[in-house]
Ligand binder design. Structure first.
Ligand SMILES: [Zn+2]
Length: 496
């Protein structure tokens, strides 16, 4: 009896293993937990000091990824001599103890206004001129018939007819150029975005890292808090004084890491599936968050050494077993600084964007449910079925992001390519709510590699890779779902 039962079990298991042999041969099924663990222990180690963009350890992380690519025989692309794509950033400092004199009031920088760029300047009772937005393009010229020479220009904040806060902010450096070219002594913009001025001060007020603007304004470029809008009006102001210090800018080396694994299908290999993850985190020390006596380093294990490990394990798996479409692997720098790396890449792609049919980004805040993976935008593209099937293949469940109202989709690197039209969901480790478990580690010094589950990390990598494989081998590229806010731009990108 016993023997018979045993024979049956043996036969049955032989049958099962024959049946699943083909799938089991895929490298993601035999992914090495030790290897995944070694990547994450390196990237999230204390020695890496939180991989802050602009600091040397951020470049060490980039180098680490690049050398993994090299070891795997992955190709460089876009005419780059190496895997590293330089992302021009600038570090800006200064203008701190500056003041403006409005009537009897003295306005202080870092409180009432921020100075974004410009040389030191000292003006007393200097005439002020109002120029609308201070904008110039094909449609309008706010400087037409207005003499601003030797005067301080005051204008509304941002770009006319544009409701995108980021573009309004970045466009504003152009305005300083327009003002200087027209002979103004300084540009003062009246900040009125629906985004607290306190955050503006935090982000732009002191030392900061930003995309290199190429414009280091000659004249002081100032944003003043909206609480002063009344004082800064035509009716109430005809002159202004200021005593401001120079804003010093320094170029900072930072890099995205980009490599290609060519596809096997003679036709489909001209299409690319983009796999991406940011490798930067927020650094170390009390300037960047809450530290304790025993832990001052923001290791960024969950955010985003996990995603970076998934990217590296994908590089290994797709080198071992190629897909029909080509795989474009990108490690992004600068996500925590405002998605600087992915935004730069989207403007300076190394493979034409219209050949990139899909982007599966991996970034996460942490996880509170290791029976799941969470996908921002799971139901927004035609790859929903592939991703769900991939999770199921490893015994877990792919779920949609539990808080779509927080619009996390647009708050990670995936949005940089999504905004160009490429269907681009983000795969994160399983989280079902922003609860205490997530808060315990998210951007905290406690986010150490010792306190994640390495077996869950491995499973997460497997699901990420298998999802990508299913998508890269599909007959037709998955599209945005009908009615999605990026559907139209997607149609424009792909020409249909
Ligand atoms: Zn992140």
């Amino acid at each position: 009896m016993l023997r018979n039962k045993l024979t049956f079990i043996l036969l049955f298991s032989t049958f099962i293993s024959a049946f699943s042999q083909k799938l089991n041969k895929l490298p993601e099924y035999t992914l090495s937990q030790t290897e995944a663990e070694s990547h994450i222990r390196f990237l999230a180690s204390d020695e890496m000091l939180g991989r802050r963009t602009g600091e040397v350890t951020n470049n060490v992380a980039a180098r680490y990824i690049a050398e993994q690519f090299r070891k795997l025989g992955i190709k460089t692309t876009g005419g780059q001599p190496d895997y590293l794509q330089k992302v021009p950033l600038e570090y800006s400092k200064g203008g701190k103890a500056s003041e403006m004199f409005v009537g009897k009031d003295t306005l202080k920088s870092g409180k009432d206004f921020v100075m974004l760029s410009g040389k030191a300047a000292k003006f007393q009772n200097t005439p002020v001129v109002f120029v609308g937005y201070g904008w110039i393009d094909d449609k309008q010229n706010d400087y037409k018939n207005i003499d601003v020479k030797g005067k301080i220009v005051v204008c509304q904040f941002g770009i006319p007819n544009n409701d995108k806060p980021f573009e309004n902010m970045t466009g504003s450096t152009k305005k300083a150029k327009f003002a200087a070219e027209n002979g103004a002594l300084a540009l003062v913009q009246l900040y009125n975005l629906n985004f607290p001025f306190a955050s503006i001060i935090r982000n732009f007020g002191g030392e900061r890292l930003m995309a290199a603007s190429g414009v280091n304004s000659e004249i002081p470029h100032i944003w003043v808090n909206s609480t002063f809008i009344k004082q800064f009006s035509k009716e109430n102001m005809n002159s202004l004084g200021m005593n401001v210090g120079e804003v010093v800018k320094k170029q900072v080396p930072a890099y995205n890491v980009v490599g290609v694994i060519e596809g096997t299908d003679s036709k489909l290999k001209n299409e690319y599936l983009v796999l991406s993850a940011h490798f930067d985190h927020i650094g170390a020390g009390k300037n960047y968050g809450k530290v304790t006596d025993s832990d001052t380093i923001f290791n960024g294990t969950r955010d985003n050494a996990m995603g970076t490990t998934a990217l590296l394990m994908a590089a290994r798996s797709f080198s071992a077993q190629k897909t029909k479409r080509s795989i474009l692997l990108i490690g992004y720098t600068g996500e925590e600084m405002g998605m600087l790396g992915s935004k730069y890449y989207a403007e300076n792609p190394l493979v034409p964007l219209k050949q990139c049919i899909f982007n599966l980004n991996s970034d996460g805040a942490g996880y509170n449910d290791s029976t799941k993976v969470t996908i921002n935008g799971l139901d927004r593209t035609g790859a929903e079925g592939d991703i769900k099937a991939a999770a199921k293949a490893f015994g877990i469940e792919a779920i949609n992001d539990p808080a779509p109202e927080q619009n996390l989709f647009d708050r990670s690197d995936n949005v940089s390519l999504a905004a160009k039209g490429i269907p681009a969901p983000n795969m994160a480790p399983g989280f079902t709510a922003f609860d205490a478990e997530i808060g315990k580690y998210y951007h905290q010094a406690a986010d150490n590699p010792e306190n994640i589950s390495m077996s869950y990390l491995t499973k997460f990598c497997k699901v990420y890779i298998h999802s990508a494989r299913l998508i890269a081998n599909r007959a037709n590229a998955p599209k945005w779902k009908v009615g999605d806010k990026y559907e139209k731009i997607g149609q424009e990108l792909y020409g249909k």
